[in-house]
Design a protein around this ligand. Structure first.
Ligand code: APR
Length: 170
């Protein structure tokens, strides 16, 4: 029986099989959750990322979690919000689909997502949350290994948005 839940906290502290990083195309680290994950995982993460050759928007790539409690990190690159008519919703959907696909292919059972693209990339929080919840709900129905999706919200506002969405369709 699969489950989707939302918590408020720091994704680098979660004891899950994989946490998802909201990275940039270079995969060479940055600010926000990307910076927090690289700081917590340690310098070996950057060494592994260097060999990955970057990541396209909407795509996802797996690395070890190193010093994180999570065994793996799935790096995905969200779309930068323009006006909503440049393919942003579909690209954001692909981030969740491809992250879950990698988790399933690696027999991972639990995965935690940050609010991808809603920080530096400016994606409206409520729109992003809707895409995240709807996509993960659909994908979980056909997943073989993944059973638990956690939306890890750093801020109170995000947490409230996800709580409302998840309680609507529970
Ligand atoms: N745990 C969970 N969520 C976090 C954490 C954390 N430790 N730190 C930040 N966040 C949240 C932010 O509050 C926001 O809700 O992650 C969400 C995504 O924001 P960003 O990290 O700014 O990511 P994004 O909007 O996808 O922009 C990506 O920013 O950091 C750079 O290298 C990154 O260029 C890329 C861009």
């Amino acid at each position: 029986m699969s489950s989707i839940e939302v918590i408020q906290g720091d994704i680098t502290e979660l004891q899950v099989n994989a946490i998802v990083n909201a990275a940039n195309a270079s995969l060479m680290g940055g600010g926000g959750v990307d910076g927090a994950i690289h700081r917590a995982a340690g310098s070996e993460l950057l060494e592994e990322c260097r060999k990955l050759g970057g990541c396209e928007t909407g795509e996802a790539k797996l690395t070890n979690g190193y010093q994180l409690p999570a065994r793996f990190i799935i790096h995905t690159v969200g779309p930068v919000w323009q006006d909503g008519n440049q393919g942003e919703p579909e690209l954001l959907r692909q981030c969740y689909i491809n992250s879950l696909k990698i988790a399933d292919q690696n027999q991972l059972v639990s995965i935690a997502f940050p609010c991808i693209s809603t920080g530096a990339y400016g994606y409206p929080k409520a729109l992003a949350a809707e895409t995240a919840v709807n996509t993960c709900r659909d994908q979980l129905q056909q997943a073989n290994a993944v059973q638990k999706v956690i939306f890890c919200c750093f801020g109170e506002q995000d947490y409230e948005i996800y709580q409302k969405l998840l309680s609507k369709h529970q």
